[in-house]
Design a protein around this ligand. Structure first.
Ligand code: ATP
Length: 507
Protein backbone atom coordinates (compact mmCIF):
# COMPACT_ATOMS: atom_id res chain seq x y z
CA UNK A 1 0.00 0.00 0.00
CA UNK A 2 0.99 3.66 -0.24
CA UNK A 3 2.79 4.80 2.86
CA UNK A 4 0.35 4.65 5.75
CA UNK A 5 -1.18 7.64 7.45
CA UNK A 6 -1.02 5.92 10.80
CA UNK A 7 1.13 2.96 11.76
CA UNK A 8 1.04 1.03 15.01
CA UNK A 9 3.70 -1.54 15.90
CA UNK A 10 3.66 -3.84 18.87
CA UNK A 11 1.11 -1.77 20.81
CA UNK A 12 0.51 -3.36 24.19
CA UNK A 13 -1.69 -2.27 27.05
CA UNK A 14 -2.68 -4.06 30.25
CA UNK A 15 -5.05 -3.16 33.04
CA UNK A 16 -3.78 -5.16 36.00
CA UNK A 17 -4.17 -8.81 34.99
CA UNK A 18 -6.11 -8.00 31.81
CA UNK A 19 -4.10 -7.82 28.60
CA UNK A 20 -6.43 -5.51 26.69
CA UNK A 21 -4.06 -5.11 23.71
CA UNK A 22 -1.11 -7.36 22.92
CA UNK A 23 1.47 -6.53 20.26
CA UNK A 24 -1.02 -4.88 17.91
CA UNK A 25 0.24 -3.98 14.44
CA UNK A 26 -2.05 -1.80 12.35
CA UNK A 27 -1.61 0.38 9.26
CA UNK A 28 -4.27 2.87 8.26
CA UNK A 29 -3.94 3.94 4.64
CA UNK A 30 -4.73 7.46 3.46
CA UNK A 31 -8.25 7.75 1.99
CA UNK A 32 -9.51 4.50 3.43
CA UNK A 33 -12.43 3.37 5.55
CA UNK A 34 -10.91 0.85 7.89
CA UNK A 35 -13.04 -1.36 10.15
CA UNK A 36 -11.96 -2.51 13.58
CA UNK A 37 -13.88 -5.66 14.31
CA UNK A 38 -13.96 -7.81 17.38
CA UNK A 39 -16.24 -9.26 19.98
CA UNK A 40 -16.90 -7.56 23.31
CA UNK A 41 -13.76 -7.05 25.29
CA UNK A 42 -11.53 -7.78 22.26
CA UNK A 43 -9.74 -4.50 22.89
CA UNK A 44 -11.19 -2.17 20.23
CA UNK A 45 -11.97 0.79 22.48
CA UNK A 46 -8.64 0.50 24.29
CA UNK A 47 -6.81 0.68 20.97
CA UNK A 48 -8.82 3.70 19.82
CA UNK A 49 -8.20 5.46 23.13
CA UNK A 50 -4.45 5.08 22.60
CA UNK A 51 -4.66 6.47 19.08
CA UNK A 52 -6.70 9.43 20.38
CA UNK A 53 -4.38 10.08 23.32
CA UNK A 54 -6.83 9.20 26.09
CA UNK A 55 -4.65 6.27 27.23
CA UNK A 56 -0.92 5.61 26.88
CA UNK A 57 0.44 2.25 25.66
CA UNK A 58 2.71 0.20 27.96
CA UNK A 59 4.80 -0.77 24.96
CA UNK A 60 5.02 -0.34 21.18
CA UNK A 61 5.25 2.60 18.81
CA UNK A 62 2.93 4.84 16.83
CA UNK A 63 3.89 6.69 13.68
CA UNK A 64 1.88 9.44 11.99
CA UNK A 65 2.75 10.16 8.35
CA UNK A 66 6.05 8.37 8.93
CA UNK A 67 7.02 10.39 12.02
CA UNK A 68 7.18 8.81 15.51
CA UNK A 69 4.34 9.92 17.69
CA UNK A 70 3.46 10.10 21.36
CA UNK A 71 0.17 11.62 22.40
CA UNK A 72 -0.34 12.72 25.93
CA UNK A 73 -3.88 14.00 25.35
CA UNK A 74 -6.77 14.25 22.88
CA UNK A 75 -5.94 17.95 22.46
CA UNK A 76 -2.60 16.97 20.92
CA UNK A 77 -4.22 14.25 18.85
CA UNK A 78 -6.69 16.80 17.46
CA UNK A 79 -3.88 19.22 16.73
CA UNK A 80 -2.16 16.54 14.62
CA UNK A 81 -5.35 15.77 12.74
CA UNK A 82 -7.08 12.94 14.57
CA UNK A 83 -10.75 13.35 15.49
CA UNK A 84 -13.06 11.00 17.34
CA UNK A 85 -16.83 10.73 17.53
CA UNK A 86 -17.89 8.80 20.60
CA UNK A 87 -20.94 6.59 20.83
CA UNK A 88 -22.41 8.65 23.62
CA UNK A 89 -22.89 12.19 22.49
CA UNK A 90 -21.57 15.05 24.52
CA UNK A 91 -23.76 17.97 23.47
CA UNK A 92 -25.49 20.46 25.74
CA UNK A 93 -29.23 20.22 25.15
CA UNK A 94 -30.04 23.81 26.06
CA UNK A 95 -27.47 25.35 23.71
CA UNK A 96 -27.78 25.76 19.97
CA UNK A 97 -25.69 23.77 17.49
CA UNK A 98 -23.28 26.62 16.88
CA UNK A 99 -22.98 27.38 20.61
CA UNK A 100 -22.03 23.76 21.23
CA UNK A 101 -19.44 23.92 18.49
CA UNK A 102 -18.09 27.21 19.79
CA UNK A 103 -17.18 25.46 23.03
CA UNK A 104 -14.40 23.56 21.28
CA UNK A 105 -13.78 25.41 18.03
CA UNK A 106 -12.53 29.02 18.25
CA UNK A 107 -14.06 31.62 15.95
CA UNK A 108 -16.80 34.19 15.57
CA UNK A 109 -20.35 32.91 15.67
CA UNK A 110 -21.26 34.20 12.22
CA UNK A 111 -18.18 32.56 10.67
CA UNK A 112 -18.86 29.28 12.42
CA UNK A 113 -22.48 29.30 11.22
CA UNK A 114 -21.22 29.71 7.69
CA UNK A 115 -18.68 26.88 8.06
CA UNK A 116 -21.33 24.57 9.53
CA UNK A 117 -23.58 25.26 6.54
CA UNK A 118 -20.73 24.66 4.07
CA UNK A 119 -19.67 21.40 5.70
CA UNK A 120 -23.31 20.35 5.75
CA UNK A 121 -23.63 20.96 2.01
CA UNK A 122 -20.32 19.35 1.09
CA UNK A 123 -20.74 16.19 3.12
CA UNK A 124 -24.49 15.62 3.41
CA UNK A 125 -24.49 16.69 7.06
CA UNK A 126 -27.39 19.14 6.95
CA UNK A 127 -28.35 20.62 10.29
CA UNK A 128 -29.61 24.06 11.27
CA UNK A 129 -26.70 25.78 13.09
CA UNK A 130 -29.13 27.95 15.07
CA UNK A 131 -31.40 25.11 16.27
CA UNK A 132 -31.36 24.12 19.92
CA UNK A 133 -29.91 20.64 20.41
CA UNK A 134 -32.91 19.40 22.39
CA UNK A 135 -35.16 19.64 19.33
CA UNK A 136 -32.77 17.62 17.15
CA UNK A 137 -33.25 13.96 16.30
CA UNK A 138 -30.51 11.46 17.15
CA UNK A 139 -29.37 11.46 13.53
CA UNK A 140 -29.02 15.25 13.56
CA UNK A 141 -27.13 15.18 16.85
CA UNK A 142 -24.69 12.71 15.37
CA UNK A 143 -24.23 15.04 12.41
CA UNK A 144 -23.40 17.85 14.84
CA UNK A 145 -20.77 15.63 16.49
CA UNK A 146 -19.26 14.76 13.13
CA UNK A 147 -19.29 18.41 11.99
CA UNK A 148 -17.61 19.41 15.24
CA UNK A 149 -14.82 16.89 14.62
CA UNK A 150 -14.50 17.96 11.00
CA UNK A 151 -14.02 21.59 12.00
CA UNK A 152 -10.59 20.69 13.38
CA UNK A 153 -9.67 19.47 9.87
CA UNK A 154 -8.86 15.87 10.72
CA UNK A 155 -7.01 13.51 8.42
CA UNK A 156 -8.27 10.58 10.46
CA UNK A 157 -11.69 10.33 12.01
CA UNK A 158 -12.50 7.58 14.52
CA UNK A 159 -16.16 6.56 14.76
CA UNK A 160 -17.20 4.29 17.61
CA UNK A 161 -20.22 2.20 16.56
CA UNK A 162 -21.79 5.12 14.70
CA UNK A 163 -24.76 3.23 13.29
CA UNK A 164 -26.03 1.83 16.57
CA UNK A 165 -27.97 5.04 17.23
CA UNK A 166 -29.44 5.40 13.75
CA UNK A 167 -32.67 4.12 12.20
CA UNK A 168 -32.12 2.05 9.03
CA UNK A 169 -33.10 4.92 6.73
CA UNK A 170 -30.29 7.08 8.06
CA UNK A 171 -27.52 4.48 7.95
CA UNK A 172 -27.25 4.77 4.17
CA UNK A 173 -27.09 8.54 4.49
CA UNK A 174 -24.24 8.29 7.01
CA UNK A 175 -22.41 5.92 4.68
CA UNK A 176 -22.79 8.40 1.90
CA UNK A 177 -21.21 11.06 4.13
CA UNK A 178 -18.34 8.74 5.06
CA UNK A 179 -17.64 7.95 1.40
CA UNK A 180 -17.60 11.67 0.59
CA UNK A 181 -15.20 12.29 3.46
CA UNK A 182 -12.93 9.53 2.25
CA UNK A 183 -13.00 10.91 -1.29
CA UNK A 184 -12.20 14.30 0.18
CA UNK A 185 -9.03 12.85 1.74
CA UNK A 186 -10.06 11.79 5.25
CA UNK A 187 -9.36 8.27 6.51
CA UNK A 188 -11.90 6.70 8.80
CA UNK A 189 -11.52 4.10 11.52
CA UNK A 190 -14.91 2.50 11.92
CA UNK A 191 -15.75 0.34 14.93
CA UNK A 192 -18.79 -1.82 14.48
CA UNK A 193 -20.25 -5.22 15.29
CA UNK A 194 -22.44 -5.22 12.20
CA UNK A 195 -20.70 -7.33 9.61
CA UNK A 196 -22.98 -6.49 6.70
CA UNK A 197 -22.35 -2.80 7.27
CA UNK A 198 -18.63 -3.33 7.36
CA UNK A 199 -18.81 -5.20 4.08
CA UNK A 200 -20.84 -2.36 2.58
CA UNK A 201 -18.65 0.57 3.56
CA UNK A 202 -15.13 -0.50 4.54
CA UNK A 203 -12.22 -1.21 2.25
CA UNK A 204 -10.06 -2.78 4.95
CA UNK A 205 -10.70 -4.53 8.23
CA UNK A 206 -8.55 -5.50 11.17
CA UNK A 207 -9.96 -8.20 13.38
CA UNK A 208 -9.16 -8.45 17.07
CA UNK A 209 -9.74 -11.41 19.35
CA UNK A 210 -8.69 -11.47 22.99
CA UNK A 211 -6.51 -8.36 22.59
CA UNK A 212 -4.58 -9.71 19.58
CA UNK A 213 -4.88 -9.17 15.85
CA UNK A 214 -6.31 -12.28 14.19
CA UNK A 215 -6.40 -10.89 10.66
CA UNK A 216 -6.14 -7.97 8.28
CA UNK A 217 -8.58 -8.52 5.41
CA UNK A 218 -10.52 -6.83 2.65
CA UNK A 219 -14.03 -7.30 4.07
CA UNK A 220 -15.61 -7.21 0.61
CA UNK A 221 -13.85 -10.49 -0.17
CA UNK A 222 -15.32 -12.36 2.80
CA UNK A 223 -18.91 -13.13 3.69
CA UNK A 224 -20.38 -12.31 7.08
CA UNK A 225 -19.94 -15.92 8.25
CA UNK A 226 -16.23 -15.82 7.44
CA UNK A 227 -15.76 -12.57 9.32
CA UNK A 228 -17.76 -13.86 12.28
CA UNK A 229 -15.55 -16.94 12.44
CA UNK A 230 -12.39 -14.85 12.53
CA UNK A 231 -13.95 -12.70 15.20
CA UNK A 232 -15.29 -15.34 17.54
CA UNK A 233 -13.16 -18.31 16.54
CA UNK A 234 -16.10 -20.60 15.70
CA UNK A 235 -19.28 -20.72 13.60
CA UNK A 236 -22.30 -18.66 14.55
CA UNK A 237 -25.11 -20.54 16.30
CA UNK A 238 -28.44 -20.77 14.46
CA UNK A 239 -31.37 -18.76 15.88
CA UNK A 240 -33.70 -20.59 18.27
CA UNK A 241 -37.00 -21.57 16.60
CA UNK A 242 -40.08 -20.15 18.36
CA UNK A 243 -42.79 -22.59 19.49
CA UNK A 244 -46.39 -21.73 18.47
CA UNK A 245 -48.09 -19.08 20.63
CA UNK A 246 -49.62 -20.59 23.73
CA UNK A 247 -52.22 -17.86 24.45
CA UNK A 248 -51.19 -17.66 28.10
CA UNK A 249 -52.49 -15.19 30.69
CA UNK A 250 -51.83 -11.48 30.42
CA UNK A 251 -48.77 -10.59 32.50
CA UNK A 252 -48.52 -6.96 31.43
CA UNK A 253 -51.34 -4.77 30.30
CA UNK A 254 -51.29 -1.03 29.70
CA UNK A 255 -54.62 0.56 28.93
CA UNK A 256 -54.97 4.05 27.48
CA UNK A 257 -52.08 5.48 29.46
CA UNK A 258 -51.40 9.21 29.12
CA UNK A 259 -48.35 10.75 30.73
CA UNK A 260 -47.44 14.42 30.91
CA UNK A 261 -43.90 14.78 32.24
CA UNK A 262 -42.79 17.78 34.28
CA UNK A 263 -39.41 17.89 32.54
CA UNK A 264 -39.88 20.08 29.43
CA UNK A 265 -37.40 17.94 27.47
CA UNK A 266 -39.15 14.66 28.23
CA UNK A 267 -41.62 13.17 25.77
CA UNK A 268 -45.33 13.18 26.51
CA UNK A 269 -47.03 9.80 26.08
CA UNK A 270 -50.57 9.52 24.71
CA UNK A 271 -53.02 6.63 24.75
CA UNK A 272 -50.45 3.93 25.26
CA UNK A 273 -52.08 0.53 25.00
CA UNK A 274 -50.25 -2.79 24.90
CA UNK A 275 -50.37 -6.24 26.36
CA UNK A 276 -47.92 -9.11 26.79
CA UNK A 277 -49.08 -12.64 27.54
CA UNK A 278 -47.16 -15.52 29.06
CA UNK A 279 -45.20 -17.26 26.32
CA UNK A 280 -44.90 -14.32 23.96
CA UNK A 281 -42.48 -11.55 23.11
CA UNK A 282 -43.70 -8.05 22.29
CA UNK A 283 -41.18 -5.67 20.77
CA UNK A 284 -41.31 -1.87 20.84
CA UNK A 285 -39.56 -0.48 17.79
CA UNK A 286 -38.71 3.14 17.17
CA UNK A 287 -35.93 5.66 17.15
CA UNK A 288 -34.88 6.49 20.67
CA UNK A 289 -36.11 9.83 21.94
CA UNK A 290 -39.69 9.08 20.94
CA UNK A 291 -40.80 8.24 24.47
CA UNK A 292 -38.84 5.03 25.07
CA UNK A 293 -37.21 6.15 28.29
CA UNK A 294 -40.47 7.62 29.65
CA UNK A 295 -42.33 4.40 28.84
CA UNK A 296 -39.55 2.32 30.39
CA UNK A 297 -39.64 4.36 33.60
CA UNK A 298 -43.42 4.00 33.85
CA UNK A 299 -43.25 0.24 33.36
CA UNK A 300 -40.29 -0.32 35.68
CA UNK A 301 -41.88 1.73 38.46
CA UNK A 302 -39.15 4.34 38.48
CA UNK A 303 -42.00 6.77 37.83
CA UNK A 304 -45.25 6.00 39.64
CA UNK A 305 -48.57 7.34 38.40
CA UNK A 306 -50.37 10.15 40.21
CA UNK A 307 -53.16 9.17 42.61
CA UNK A 308 -56.01 9.87 40.22
CA UNK A 309 -54.65 7.54 37.51
CA UNK A 310 -56.04 4.07 38.16
CA UNK A 311 -56.44 0.97 36.06
CA UNK A 312 -53.73 1.97 33.61
CA UNK A 313 -50.86 -0.48 34.23
CA UNK A 314 -51.46 -4.08 35.25
CA UNK A 315 -48.83 -6.70 36.04
CA UNK A 316 -49.77 -10.29 36.81
CA UNK A 317 -53.38 -9.07 37.01
CA UNK A 318 -52.74 -6.32 39.61
CA UNK A 319 -53.02 -2.57 39.15
CA UNK A 320 -49.38 -1.55 39.71
CA UNK A 321 -49.49 2.08 38.57
CA UNK A 322 -48.93 3.31 42.13
CA UNK A 323 -46.40 0.64 43.13
CA UNK A 324 -42.69 1.41 43.18
CA UNK A 325 -40.00 -0.63 41.43
CA UNK A 326 -39.31 -2.92 44.39
CA UNK A 327 -43.00 -3.78 44.82
CA UNK A 328 -43.32 -4.60 41.13
CA UNK A 329 -40.26 -6.85 41.32
CA UNK A 330 -41.90 -8.74 44.19
CA UNK A 331 -44.76 -9.63 41.84
CA UNK A 332 -42.30 -11.36 39.51
CA UNK A 333 -41.13 -8.51 37.32
CA UNK A 334 -37.51 -8.06 36.23
CA UNK A 335 -35.98 -5.25 34.24
CA UNK A 336 -32.83 -4.56 32.22
CA UNK A 337 -32.52 -0.78 31.76
CA UNK A 338 -30.96 0.77 28.72
CA UNK A 339 -28.56 2.80 30.79
CA UNK A 340 -26.24 0.07 32.05
CA UNK A 341 -23.82 2.12 34.08
CA UNK A 342 -26.33 4.49 35.62
CA UNK A 343 -29.23 2.26 36.51
CA UNK A 344 -28.24 -1.29 35.60
CA UNK A 345 -25.06 -1.46 37.65
CA UNK A 346 -22.96 0.53 40.06
CA UNK A 347 -19.53 0.85 38.41
CA UNK A 348 -17.51 1.17 41.62
CA UNK A 349 -18.98 -1.99 43.13
CA UNK A 350 -17.85 -5.56 42.48
CA UNK A 351 -19.91 -7.87 40.32
CA UNK A 352 -20.90 -9.81 43.46
CA UNK A 353 -22.36 -6.67 45.04
CA UNK A 354 -23.98 -5.75 41.75
CA UNK A 355 -25.69 -9.15 41.77
CA UNK A 356 -27.21 -8.28 45.11
CA UNK A 357 -28.81 -5.12 43.74
CA UNK A 358 -31.64 -7.14 42.28
CA UNK A 359 -30.94 -10.78 43.17
CA UNK A 360 -31.07 -10.27 46.95
CA UNK A 361 -34.51 -11.87 46.89
CA UNK A 362 -32.95 -15.25 46.06
CA UNK A 363 -31.89 -15.83 49.67
CA UNK A 364 -28.57 -14.13 49.10
CA UNK A 365 -29.20 -11.98 52.16
CA UNK A 366 -30.17 -13.64 55.45
CA UNK A 367 -31.15 -11.73 58.61
CA UNK A 368 -29.82 -8.57 57.00
CA UNK A 369 -26.40 -10.14 56.32
CA UNK A 370 -25.00 -11.01 52.93
CA UNK A 371 -24.51 -14.73 52.43
CA UNK A 372 -21.15 -14.23 50.74
CA UNK A 373 -20.77 -17.79 49.45
CA UNK A 374 -24.22 -17.82 47.88
CA UNK A 375 -23.78 -14.36 46.36
CA UNK A 376 -20.42 -15.40 44.91
CA UNK A 377 -21.88 -18.66 43.56
CA UNK A 378 -24.77 -16.76 41.92
CA UNK A 379 -22.33 -14.31 40.31
CA UNK A 380 -19.99 -17.07 39.11
CA UNK A 381 -22.98 -18.83 37.60
CA UNK A 382 -24.06 -15.70 35.77
CA UNK A 383 -20.50 -15.14 34.48
CA UNK A 384 -20.33 -18.73 33.20
CA UNK A 385 -23.80 -18.98 31.69
CA UNK A 386 -23.71 -15.62 29.96
CA UNK A 387 -20.08 -15.77 28.89
CA UNK A 388 -19.12 -12.60 30.75
CA UNK A 389 -15.41 -12.06 30.05
CA UNK A 390 -13.89 -10.92 33.35
CA UNK A 391 -11.00 -12.04 35.53
CA UNK A 392 -13.47 -12.77 38.33
CA UNK A 393 -16.57 -11.95 40.35
CA UNK A 394 -14.74 -9.51 42.63
CA UNK A 395 -13.82 -7.15 39.76
CA UNK A 396 -15.52 -3.75 39.71
CA UNK A 397 -18.40 -3.56 37.25
CA UNK A 398 -16.91 -0.40 35.70
CA UNK A 399 -13.82 -2.31 34.53
CA UNK A 400 -15.83 -4.60 32.24
CA UNK A 401 -16.09 -3.74 28.55
CA UNK A 402 -19.51 -2.34 27.62
CA UNK A 403 -20.78 -5.51 26.00
CA UNK A 404 -19.62 -7.74 28.82
CA UNK A 405 -21.36 -5.60 31.41
CA UNK A 406 -24.56 -5.82 29.35
CA UNK A 407 -24.27 -9.64 29.27
CA UNK A 408 -23.85 -9.63 33.03
CA UNK A 409 -26.94 -7.48 33.68
CA UNK A 410 -29.13 -9.40 31.23
CA UNK A 411 -27.93 -12.68 32.79
CA UNK A 412 -28.56 -11.48 36.33
CA UNK A 413 -32.15 -10.48 35.54
CA UNK A 414 -32.94 -13.67 33.63
CA UNK A 415 -31.58 -15.76 36.52
CA UNK A 416 -34.28 -14.26 38.75
CA UNK A 417 -36.72 -16.38 36.70
CA UNK A 418 -39.30 -13.58 36.47
CA UNK A 419 -42.83 -14.02 35.15
CA UNK A 420 -42.47 -10.81 33.21
CA UNK A 421 -39.13 -9.67 31.84
CA UNK A 422 -38.62 -6.23 30.35
CA UNK A 423 -35.39 -5.64 28.46
CA UNK A 424 -34.43 -2.28 26.97
CA UNK A 425 -31.90 -2.68 24.13
CA UNK A 426 -30.99 -6.32 24.94
CA UNK A 427 -27.90 -6.51 22.79
CA UNK A 428 -26.83 -2.90 22.62
CA UNK A 429 -23.06 -2.98 22.18
CA UNK A 430 -23.00 -6.76 22.49
CA UNK A 431 -21.03 -8.51 19.75
CA UNK A 432 -22.75 -10.84 17.31
CA UNK A 433 -21.71 -14.09 18.99
CA UNK A 434 -22.94 -13.02 22.40
CA UNK A 435 -25.96 -11.20 20.94
CA UNK A 436 -27.16 -14.32 19.21
CA UNK A 437 -26.70 -16.25 22.47
CA UNK A 438 -28.76 -13.66 24.39
CA UNK A 439 -31.49 -13.75 21.74
CA UNK A 440 -31.59 -17.57 21.73
CA UNK A 441 -31.99 -17.50 25.49
CA UNK A 442 -34.85 -14.99 25.31
CA UNK A 443 -36.73 -17.14 22.79
CA UNK A 444 -36.07 -20.23 24.91
CA UNK A 445 -37.56 -18.45 27.95
CA UNK A 446 -40.56 -17.39 25.89
CA UNK A 447 -41.03 -21.00 24.80
CA UNK A 448 -40.98 -21.98 28.47
CA UNK A 449 -43.77 -19.47 29.20
CA UNK A 450 -42.11 -16.21 30.24
CA UNK A 451 -43.76 -12.96 29.10
CA UNK A 452 -41.13 -10.71 27.56
CA UNK A 453 -41.21 -7.07 26.51
CA UNK A 454 -38.29 -5.75 24.49
CA UNK A 455 -37.47 -2.20 23.45
CA UNK A 456 -34.95 -2.11 20.63
CA UNK A 457 -33.82 0.17 17.87
CA UNK A 458 -32.56 -2.81 15.89
CA UNK A 459 -35.24 -4.00 13.53
CA UNK A 460 -33.51 -7.25 12.63
CA UNK A 461 -33.32 -8.09 16.28
CA UNK A 462 -37.02 -7.42 16.80
CA UNK A 463 -37.92 -9.59 13.83
CA UNK A 464 -35.79 -12.44 15.15
CA UNK A 465 -37.27 -12.22 18.64
CA UNK A 466 -40.83 -10.98 18.58
CA UNK A 467 -44.30 -12.31 18.01
CA UNK A 468 -45.71 -8.78 17.86
CA UNK A 469 -44.15 -5.41 17.20
CA UNK A 470 -45.47 -1.95 18.06
CA UNK A 471 -43.74 1.20 16.96
CA UNK A 472 -43.31 4.19 19.26
CA UNK A 473 -43.30 7.53 17.49
CA UNK A 474 -43.63 10.90 19.24
CA UNK A 475 -45.11 9.34 22.34
CA UNK A 476 -47.75 7.26 20.55
CA UNK A 477 -47.77 3.54 19.83
CA UNK A 478 -48.80 1.96 16.57
CA UNK A 479 -51.20 -1.00 16.70
CA UNK A 480 -49.55 -4.35 17.41
CA UNK A 481 -48.25 -5.79 14.13
CA UNK A 482 -47.80 -9.51 13.69
CA UNK A 483 -44.05 -9.76 13.20
CA UNK A 484 -44.04 -12.58 10.67
CA UNK A 485 -46.60 -10.79 8.44
CA UNK A 486 -44.85 -7.43 8.52
CA UNK A 487 -42.00 -6.11 6.42
CA UNK A 488 -39.20 -4.02 7.85
CA UNK A 489 -40.05 -1.14 5.49
CA UNK A 490 -43.52 -0.96 7.06
CA UNK A 491 -42.02 -0.67 10.52
CA UNK A 492 -39.53 1.83 9.11
CA UNK A 493 -42.41 4.01 7.88
CA UNK A 494 -44.02 4.01 11.31
CA UNK A 495 -40.63 4.89 12.77
CA UNK A 496 -40.48 8.11 10.84
CA UNK A 497 -44.16 8.91 11.31
CA UNK A 498 -45.50 7.84 7.91
CA UNK A 499 -48.64 5.71 7.87
CA UNK A 500 -48.69 2.02 7.08
CA UNK A 501 -50.71 0.76 4.11
CA UNK A 502 -54.06 -0.47 5.51
CA UNK A 503 -53.89 -4.04 4.19
CA UNK A 504 -50.97 -5.01 6.48
CA UNK A 505 -51.77 -7.48 9.24
CA UNK A 506 -52.34 -6.09 12.71
CA UNK A 507 -52.87 -8.18 15.78
N1 ATP B 1 -10.18 1.03 32.76
C1 ATP B 1 -10.11 -0.31 32.74
N2 ATP B 1 -9.76 -1.01 33.85
C2 ATP B 1 -9.68 -2.35 33.82
N3 ATP B 1 -9.91 -3.13 32.73
C3 ATP B 1 -10.26 -2.49 31.60
C4 ATP B 1 -10.39 -1.06 31.54
N4 ATP B 1 -10.75 -0.72 30.28
C5 ATP B 1 -10.85 -1.88 29.58
N5 ATP B 1 -10.55 -2.95 30.37
C6 ATP B 1 -10.54 -4.36 29.95
O1 ATP B 1 -9.80 -4.46 28.75
C7 ATP B 1 -10.39 -5.40 27.86
C8 ATP B 1 -10.65 -4.74 26.51
O2 ATP B 1 -11.70 -3.79 26.67
P1 ATP B 1 -12.22 -2.84 25.50
O3 ATP B 1 -13.19 -1.89 26.12
O4 ATP B 1 -11.07 -2.30 24.76
O5 ATP B 1 -13.01 -3.88 24.58
P2 ATP B 1 -13.94 -3.62 23.31
O6 ATP B 1 -13.42 -4.50 22.23
O7 ATP B 1 -14.01 -2.17 23.02
O8 ATP B 1 -15.33 -4.18 23.85
P3 ATP B 1 -16.88 -3.74 23.58
O9 ATP B 1 -17.23 -4.16 22.19
O10 ATP B 1 -17.63 -4.55 24.60
O11 ATP B 1 -16.96 -2.25 23.82
C9 ATP B 1 -11.66 -5.90 28.55
O12 ATP B 1 -11.36 -7.14 29.14
C10 ATP B 1 -11.94 -4.86 29.62
O13 ATP B 1 -12.57 -5.46 30.72
Amino acid sequence: MTSPLLSLRGITKSYGQVHANQAIDLDVAPRSIHAILGENGAGKSTLMKMIYGVEQPDDGTLAWEGEPLTFASPVEARRKGIGMVFQHFSLFETLTVVENIQLVVPGKKADLVERIRTLGRDFGLEVDPLAHVHVLSVGERQRVEIIRSLMTDPKLLILDEPTSVLPPQLVEKLFDTLRRLRDGGVSILFISHKLEEIRAICDRATILRGGRVTGHVDPREHDAHDLARMMIGRDMPEPMPAAPLSGGERRLEIIGLDYRPEDPFAVELSEITLSVRAGEILGIAGISGNGQSELASLISGEIVLPKDQRDRIYMMGQDVGRLDAAARRKLGFAFVPEDRLGRGAVPEMSLVLNSLLTAHSLNLVRHGLIDKDKAKAFTDDCIRQYDVRTPGAEIEAGALSGGNLQKFIVGREIMLAPKLLFVAQPTWGVDIGAASAVRRRLVELRNEGMAILVISEELEELFELCDFIQVLYRGRLSPALIARDTRSEDIGRYMIGAQLSPEKGTA
